[in-house]
Design a binder for this molecule. Structure first.
Ligand code: SF4
Ligand code: SF4
Ligand code: SF4
Length: 289
């Protein structure tokens, strides 16, 4: 069975076996409720012999399903409030880590994923698939540099002059050797610091506190046959509104300059990065002037 563009956009994926398809669901940030899971289980029992596949990007596929039953299955899903994924040259489901549920999280990755999904779900004019992810901290578990657009949360740390007990928790926590403690004197090397905020999260004395939070924007990554790592294109954005605006600018420029089948990073590698996206390896420290 040929899978038309309309069907792809409805989340229908052709399978190896003739006459069988998968129906892919969309869970922004991988967030789903127990009721949705129960409904999916019920629907899978009726359409795929109870089989479900978890995709690499926090999606769920019900498969294998007889192709002629896919439309009925989708209607069942939608009636129970379960969204179906869009496929093809569109903004795919936005993935995200748990964000503030994680002990390392400095931004609400889940809420930001929802905002990004709302802003760009219906983006028109893409030349290829557009994958977006949000990480709650620079550890980047959902792999922002492997996506067309990726965000990671960042946080500056303020070192207060008093109160340090010399416990060493901050030194142990810092994975990049940016913090040293001699007696009760703390030094933070801003050239090494990657703005994860971790030292402040473990400091028991209040000597280290989380300062300004922000967002680092990566762009141009992709996996697949010819992987390419994305780059930090804007080292610090101050709030969610700036994130949405910066992503929107990049997407519109990609739409204007891109060629059919070209991923976002390939377009900018060919045509040059927009001026606002000053590609840099700097970690995004806020100006202290
Ligand atoms: S990216 Fe950071 S906040 Fe998100 S899961 Fe990984 S360690 Fe936790
Ligand atoms: S905020 Fe900077 S100094 Fe503190 S743990 Fe992270 S990298 Fe190390
Ligand atoms: S965690 Fe806080 S109290 Fe402990 S050594 Fe570091 S700055 Fe001092």
């Amino acid at each position: 069975m040929a899978v038309t563009t309309e069907k792809k956009q409805k989340g229908i994926v052709r399978l190896r076996e003739a006459g069988k398809v998968a129906v892919r669901l969309r869970f922004t940030g991988g967030a789903a409720t127990a009721d949705q899971f129960a409904a999916i289980a019920d629907i899978a029992k009726r359409y795929s012999g109870g089989r479900i596949h978890l995709t690499t990007r926090q999606g769920i596929e019900i498969a294998p399903v007889a192709a002629e039953r896919a439309t009925e299955l989708i209607a069942d899903l939608e009636a129970r409030g379960i969204p179906v994924a869009a496929l093809g040259a569109v903004v795919r489901g936005v993935t995200a880590c748990p964000g503030m549920l994680c002990r390392n999280g400095v931004i609400d990755a889940q809420a930001l994923a929802q905002r990004i999904d709302e802003a760009f779900r219906d983006f028109q004019g893409a030349h290829a698939k557009i994958k977006i992810t949000v990480a709650g901290c620079p550890n980047g578990c959902p792999k922002p540099a492997e996506h067309d657009l990726g965000i990671c949360g960042i946080a500056s740390v303020t070192v207060h002059p008093e109160g340090c007990t010399g416990c060493g928790a901050c030194v142990e926590r810092c994975k990049v050797g940016a913090i040293t403690v001699e007696g009760t004197t703390v030094r933070l090397d801003e050239n090494r610091c990657i703005l994860c905020g971790g030292c402040a999260l473990v400091c028991p004395s209040g000597t280290l506190t989380l300062d300004e939070k922000g967002f680092r924007l990566f762009a141009g990554g992709k996996m697949g046959r010819f992987p390419r790592l994305g780059q930090t294109v804007i080292p610090r954005l101050g709030d969610v509104g700036e994130v949405i605006a910066a992503m929107g600018d990049l997407l519109e420029t990609y739409r204007d300059r891109g060629r059919k089948g070209e991923r976002l990073g390939e377009t900018f590698a060919r045509t040059g990065w927009p001026e606002a996206a000053a590609v840099t390896g700097k970690p995004g420290r806020r100006s202290r002037t």
